[in-house]
Design a protein around this ligand. Structure first.
Ligand code: PLP
Length: 423
């Protein structure tokens, strides 16, 4: 097979789903044998509006047909102007965010690098606080803020400039982890170098669908203000509607100083990332942080269309909330049927925590046999993570959840002895 012969061992998703895909539409993928799969992975959150979304596709095809600019470095283009004005009107202004937009290189990690560099530059401090189980990308700066030892192990050098503190709930739900942070900030011998910023995911996607409460986030935000620390919300995975609102922090009345977005920002699976920050922080020198592909105009076209189609009113949010409730209800039912399972996450990023990663892997393999594409997350890969396109219909979501339910039933029926051993 060509992939075995020429593709590096670094590949990962193709190991779980070893078929050759040819087409995709909405919540479905098709392989070369014409078999149909329901997609509960959605490009790891890059396909919130489904595969080949017809409205976005039409806008892109029209733009290409008219010989619109494809690659524009960071020059002014009509497509970029349309994106900026739509983003300002529909996203920034209604939230009272006086943020400017930095077009970074097109990956999430690049947006995170820009955020961390800017925070250090603005404050003159080198240290950044990140949280246990946080995932922020695998370039060296972002990787330093990432907790996962598998990814950190690939660095080949010391990862520095970051202090890790416990995320909300890390020490149990009754323990406020910010008590430690607060104490360390005021104790001159705590060993914590004054942080330039904290970087936090409101829901930890790769870290196992851990959620921060509004109370914790508000307290963190106040603590940051009191100590001159910038608040970076990494909304690369949980943003663009994944939790029901455009930003995952929308329900909590916090205003992050810096916000990173990527994944579903283009809405069509095209590479695109931005770092947003309070205009007062904009002390970059021209081109100081850059990237050749920071002007992906095809992504500007589809992103603009996605914003206009889905975020001009509350309809799409209501749809996501309804599907999220459906997901919650069904996952709770699965967890009630079998021992040692519990539901995690929020919105359309929820999943089932299993006693260990082997069980979660067995479940996702069974799902794949039944033509459901679904992955795991968490420190041991122990969380079966439901990540369907947000546009999924009630029926499609039910179909996928029925497959998931059957996979758990089959696994638990066949593995009683093994399960006793993990109890
Ligand atoms: N930040 C978060 C929260 C992510 O989930 C990811 C990727 O999963 C990244 C950053 C890195 O994005 P990318 O893989 O596009 O570099």
């Amino acid at each position: 097979m060509i992939f075995k012969q020429y593709e590096s061992e670094v590949k990962s998703y193709s190991r779980s789903f070893p078929v050759v895909f040819t087409q995709a539409k909405g919540a479905h993928l098709f392989d070369e044998k014409g078999q149909q799969y329901l997609d509960f992975l959605a490009g790891a959150g890059s396909l919130n509006y489904g595969h080949n979304n017809p409205e976005l596709k039409e806008a892109l095809v029209d733009y290409i047909q008219s010989d619109g600019i494809t690659h524009g470095l960071d020059m002014h283009t009509e497509a970029k102007a349309a994106f900026l004005s739509t983003f300002a009107e529909l996203i920034l202004k209604p939230r009272g965010l006086d943020h400017v937009v930095q077009f970074t290189g097109p990956t999430g990690a690049n947006a995170v690098e820009a955020a961390m560099k800017l925070a250090r530059k603005v404050t003159g401090r080198h240290n950044i606080v990140s949280f246990t189980n946080g995932f922020h990308g695998v370039t060296l700066g972002a990787l330093a803020a990432t907790g996962n030892s598998h990814h950190r192990g690939g660095a080949g050098q010391a990862l520095s400039g970051v202090t890790r503190l416990p995320y909300d709930g890390y020490l149990g739900k009754d323990f406020n982890t910010l008590t430690l942070f607060k104490k360390m900030l005021t104790d001159k011998s705590s060993g914590l170098d004054a942080p330039a910023a904290v970087i936090v995911e409101i829901v930890q996607g790769e870290g196992g669908l851990n959620t921060a409460t509004g109370k914790w986030l508000q307290e963190l935000s106040l603590l940051c203000k009191a100590h001159g620390i910038l608040f970076i919300a990494d909304d690369i995975q949980a943003g663009c509607g994944r939790t029901g609102t455009f930003f995952s922090f929308d329900p909590f009345e916090i205003k992050p100083d810096i916000i990173t977005l990527s994944k579903s920002l283009s809405g069509f699976g095209l590479p695109f990332a931005i770092t947003l920050f309070d205009r007062k922080l904009d002390i970059w020198k021209p081109g100081e942080h850059n990237g050749t592909f920071r002007g992906n105009n095809h992504a500007f076209i589809t992103a603009t269309k996605a914003l206009k189609t889905y975020w001009a009113d509350e309809k799409f949010s209501s749809h996501i909330h309804a599907r999220s409730e459906q997901l919650k209800h069904k996952l709770n039912k699965i967890c009630d049927q079998h021992p040692k399972l519990f539901r995690k996450g929020r919105g359309l990023m929820q999943g089932v925590s299993c006693p260990n990663g082997d069980i979660a892997d067995a479940i996702t393999s069974l799902c794949f046999e039944s033509k459901l594409i679904i992955e795991t997350s968490g420190p041991e890969g122990e969380v079966v993570k439901c990540f369907p396109p947000l546009t999924i219909t009630e029926e499609e979501l039910d179909q996928g959840l029925a497959i998931l339910n059957d996979a758990f039933s089959e696994y638990y029926a066949n593995n009683e002895v093994k399960l006793k051993a993990v109890s």
